[in-house]
Design a protein around this ligand. Structure first.
Ligand code: GLA
Length: 733
C-alpha cells in the first residue's frame, strides 16, 4: 500500500499527502511542533519552507535559550498554549492547581496507523476500510504538569481531505481544568491578503455568504447558543482576493459539531494568520482528574485550486460518502407534502385525509405530519415532552391515519421536538427538575418552551422510550427532528458546582447519544434534522440524519441565497426545499409557481401547502413538477453541483447539476427583478465535455460543450419579476 504519511527522521518532518493535497509539519529546536504547509500536493519536501530565523523586537525567545532569532511568537505552529511567549490567541488553556495557566506542550513521539479511529461519543468522518486513509498521532507533553495532548491528523487516499482533532490527557498527578481546547490550529505565512468567507445569518435567513479581507487583529465567528446556530455556521473558507467560484486557491474548514463553536482568525504584526477552530471557550470549563482525557470535535479541511466550486465539491463528497451513515445516503429521497404551512396546528385526521388524497393523485410520495399531533397541542404553548397521540385530532389512533396514508401508496412521516419541554405538560408535572435551570432563578422561556437537560441519562432514557413507542406502533417511514430555541439557563441539577462549565458540551454529547440510540434502533426510518429551519445545519447532525431542513423561509427568492450559501459546504442530497403558497407566509412576496418549483427542485423536493386549495391549473403544474423532478432527481440529488451566478452579487442566480459522465446536465437560472431596458445577460456553463455536443431537451437546440462553457447562452428577456428557467442538456450520441 502506498504511504500517505512519510516521516523524515533525520529532519523530523512529517508529510501527509495524496494526489491533491499535502500537509507538512516539523519538530523544531526545543521539541516545538511547527507548521510548514497546507495546500496543493507536492511530491517531496526539500526543506525550503523552514521558517527563517530572524531577530524581531518584542518577540522574545524560548525559555533557557539565548537564540534571539527563534521565537514562539513568530514561528507557525500546530498547537500553541496559554502562558508561552506567543502573543496570539492560544489553542489550549489549562488551569492548574497553583492558579497558573502556563503550559508548554512539546513533541514527544508519534505513531502512524492505517485507517482512521472514530471519536468516542462524537460524530466524525469515517473510513469503510483501513486502506482508505492513514492517521498520524503526534504526542505532546508538558514536562512540568504532565498534561499531554494527542494531535490526530488523517489524510484520505482518494479525497483532498485532511481531518484534525486533539485529545487532551491529564497524565499528571493533580486535577486540572481545561478552559479551552481548539480542535485545530492552522498558521499561514506568506498569505498577507487572505479573505474569509463565512455563513452568518438569522432565523429565516440562514447562511448568507459574507466575504471580507482579513484585517489586523482577531476576528471571531462563533455561536454561544448551545447549537451551531442560524447566526453563524461552523465553517470558514480562506481564499485569495482573486479566487472566484471557478478558479483560485480556496481552503475550506468545517467543524463536525452541533454546539457552541468558535472560529478565530488572527492577522498579526507580521501579516501571518492564525486560524483556530473548536468548541467555544465561553462558559466552558472541563475538569480533568489524573488519568482523564477530553476529546475535541473534528475539523475537516480541504484545499482546492479550482475556486469555491472545487472546495464545495470536495466537502460535498466527503459529507455524502464519509460523514452521512444513513442507509438512505444513496437512495432517491421521496417527494413530500408537509402539513405545517398548510394547516399549522389546526387539523385533525378528517382534514388531513383530503390532502393525502390529492397528494396521491399528483404523484407525491410521502405525507409528513408536522407539529401538533401529540399531547393536547393546539398551539405552541403546551405538550412538548408528552409524545402521546392527541386523541381529539386522531380519534381512531395514529396508526389508523398512518394506514390511510400507506393505503394510498404514500409513505408516512412525523414530527418530533425531543429536546424540549412545556410547563404545560405531564412530563413537567412529573419531573420539574428535568429542564435546564439555575437553582432559585426563573428560567427564560423562548417560544414558551424550555430545554430538557440532556446531560442526564434518565431524561434521555425517557425520550427513547416515548419516541420508540410511537415509531414502533405506527409504521413510520420518516422523522423530522426539530429544535426550536437556543439554550439558556445553562445548569444541570445533577452536576456538582465545579462541573457546571461542562454543561454546554455535555448537552451536545447527550444529544448525540440520543440521536445515536434512536437512529440506530430505527435504521429503516429516514431522519431529517431541523432547528426552526436551519439553526443546526451542520456536519455533526449529518452523521445521524442524512437531510436537514435549511430554513423556515420558503420564499423562492429568499431561498436563492439560503440554498446558495448552504451549498458552499453541504451536499444537495442534504438540503430539503418545498413549494409553498403566495403571498409567501414569511415574506409576503408573490412569486410565480414555476419559480417556486425550480428553487425547490434544486434540493430534496416537496410541497408545504394545502393541496386541496390549489386551482385546477396549479394542480396540473404540481403534476408536471412532480413528474419532472422524478426524471431529474438522481442528477439533482447525487450529481455534481456547480454554482454559476451568485445571488449575493447581483440580480440573478444560476447553478447546475451534472452527472459523473458529463452526459446530462440541469441548469437553473433565476432573474430577481425585471428591468425595462433590455440589458442582455449570459449564462456560461462549466464542467461539460468540451469535445461533445449537447442537446437542450425542451428546445432541441444543439450546442457544443465548449460553446456552452465559453460563449454560454443569452438569458431570456423577461418583463416580470422573480422568474426562473430550467434547461436540461443531454449529450448527443
Ligand atoms: C419549526 C420548523 C417548522 C415547523 C415548526 C413546527 O419552526 O422549522 O418547519 O416544523 O417548527 O412548530
Amino acid at each position: 500500500m502506498d504511504k500517505l504519511i512519510e516521516y523524515d527522521a533525520q529532519n523530523q518532518i512529517f508529510h501527509l499527502h495524496n494526489h491533491d493535497v499535502s500537509y507538512l509539519l516539523s519538530v523544531e529546536e526545543g521539541n516545538v511542533l511547527a507548521h510548514l504547509y497546507f495546500g496543493a500536493a507536492v511530491r517531496h519536501y526539500h526543506g525550503q519552507l523552514r521558517y527563517p530565523r530572524a531577530d524581531r523586537g518584542f518577540s522574545g525567545n524560548l525559555p533557557g535559550s539565548l537564540d534571539r532569532t527563534y521565537s514562539l511568537d513568530t514561528l507557525p505552529r500546530e498547537i500553541s498554549c496559554a502562558g508561552e511567549l506567543d502573543y496570539h490567541e492560544p489553542a489550549v488553556i489549562v488551569r492548574q492547581a497553583n492558579g497558573s495557566n502556563s503550559l508548554a506542550l512539546r513533541y514527544q513521539d508519534y505513531q502512524i496507523i492505517d485507517g482512521k479511529p472514530q471519536l468516542p461519543g462524537l460524530p466524525a468522518a469515517f473510513v469503510e476500510d483501513d486502506t482508505e486513509a492513514q492517521t498520524l498521532i503526534i504526542k505532546m507533553q508538558d514536562q512540568l504538569t504532565g498534561v499531554a495532548a494527542e494531535l490526530w491528523y488523517t489524510v484520505y487516499r482518494d479525497q483532498p481531505i485532511i481531518t484534525r482533532t486533539c485529545r487532551l490527557i491529564n497524565q499528571g498527578s493533580a486535577k486540572v481544568n481545561l478552559e479551552k481546547l481548539a480542535s485545530m490550529q492552522l498558521d499561514f505565512t506568506g498569505h498577507a491578503n487572505l479573505e474569509s468567507i463565512t455563513l452568518p445569518g438569522a432565523y429565516a435567513d440562514e447562511r448568507q455568504m459574507e466575504r471580507r479581507p482579513l484585517q489586523h487583529g482577531v476576528t471571531e465567528f462563533r455561536s454561544r447558543r448551545g447549537t451551531s446556530s442560524h447566526q453563524m455556521n461552523p465553517f470558514i473558507a480562506l481564499v485569495e482576493p482573486t479566487t472566484n467560484e471557478q478558479r483560485g486557491d480556496a481552503y475550506g474548514m468545517m467543524l463536525v459539531y452541533s454546539g457552541n463553536h468558535q472560529i478565530s482568525v488572527e492577522k498579526d504584526q507580521n501579516d501571518q494568520v492564525r486560524l483556530l477552530m473548536g468548541i467555544n471557550d465561553a462558559n466552558f470549563n472541563w475538569q480533568l482528574l489524573p488519568g482523564q482525557s477530553f476529546q475535541a470535535p473534528e475539523v475537516v479541511m480541504t484545499y482546492s485550486d479550482e475556486g469555491l466550486n472545487g472546495m464545495s465539491q470536495n466537502l460535498h463528497h466527503l459529507i455524502q460518502e464519509r460523514i452521512i451513515r444513513s442507509k438512505f445516503k444513496h437512495q432517491e429521497r421521496p417527494i413530500v407534502v408537509n402539513n405545517w404551512e398548510a394547516t399549522y396546528f389546526d387539523f385533525d385526521e378528517s382534514k388531513l385525509q383530503p390532502i393525502v388524497d390529492e397528494a396521491q393523485a399528483m404523484g407525491i410520495e410521502m405525507f409528513v405530519l408536522d407539529d401538533g399531533w401529540f399531547g393536547h397541542r393546539d398551539d405552541d404553548n403546551s405538550s412538548l415532552g408528552d409524545w402521546q397521540v392527541y386523541q381529539k385530532k386522531f380519534p381512531h389512533g395514529l396508526a389508523h391515519f398512518a394506514d390511510y396514508v400507506h393505503a394510498k401508496g404514500l409513505k408516512f412521516g412525523i414530527w418530533f421536538e425531543p429536546e424540549m419541554i412545556s410547563f404545560d405538560s405531564q412530563l413537567y408535572r412529573a419531573h420539574p427538575d428535568w429542564l435546564m435551570r439555575v437553582p432559585d432563578r426563573q428560567p427564560s422561556p423562548s417560544r414558551n418552551q424550555y430545554v430538557l437537560d440532556l446531560t442526564r441519562k434518565d431524561v434521555r432514557d425517557n425520550l427513547v422510550t416515548q419516541i420508540s413507542a410511537i415509531l414502533q406502533n405506527n409504521q413510520i417511514d420518516y422523522v423530522k427532528w426539530d429544535m426550536n430555541r437556543s439554550l439558556s439557563d445553562i445548569y444541570s441539577l445533577e452536576l456538582p458546582a465545579d462541573r457546571q462549565g461542562e454543561v454546554y458540551h455535555r448537552y451536545v454529547l447527550g444529544l448525540y447519544d440520543l440521536m445515536e440510540r434512536i437512529t440506530q434502533a430505527f435504521p429503516d426510518i429516514l431522519f431529517e434534522g431541523c432547528s426552526g429551519g436551519g439553526g443546526r445545519f451542520d456536519a455533526g447532525i449529518a452523521y445521524y440524519m442524512p437531510q436537514i431542513w435549511p430554513s423556515d423561509n420558503t420564499d423562492a427568492i429568499a431561498r436563492l441565497k439560503i440554498q446558495y450559501g448552504t451549498s458552499l459546504i453541504y451536499p444537495i442530497s442534504m438540503t430539503t426545499a418545498h413549494v409553498s403558497v403566495i403571498p409567501n407566509q414569511q415574506t409576503g412576496r408573490q412569486t410565480p409557481f414555476a419559480t417556486r418549483g425550480a428553487v425547490a427542485m434544486s434540493g430534496v423536493f416537496g410541497y408545504e401547502l394545502d393541496l386541496t386549495k390549489l386551482t385546477d391549473d396549479e394542480k396540473q403544474q404540481v403534476k408536471r413538477q412532480v413528474a419532472k423532478y422524478k426524471a431529474i432527481r438522481p442528477l439533482v440529488q447525487y450529481g455534481h453541483f456547480y454554482r454559476l451566478k451568485s445571488p449575493f452579487e447581483g440580480n440573478q442566480a444560476a447553478w447546475m447539476f451534472i452527472d459523473d459522465k458529463r452526459s446530462e446536465a440541469i441548469v437553473m437560472t433565476f432573474n430577481v427583478l425585471t428591468n425595462a431596458a433590455n440589458r442582455l445577460t449570459r449564462t456560461v456553463l462549466v464542467g461539460l465535455d468540451p469535445q461533445k455536443d449537447y442537446e437542450e431537451l425542451m428546445t432541441h437546440q444543439v450546442y457544443g460543450g465548449d460553446e456552452l462553457m465559453k460563449l454560454g447562452f443569452y438569458d431570456p428577456l423577461v418583463h416580470q419579476d422573480f422568474t426562473a428557467k430550467l434547461y436540461h442538456f443531454k449529450v448527443r450520441q
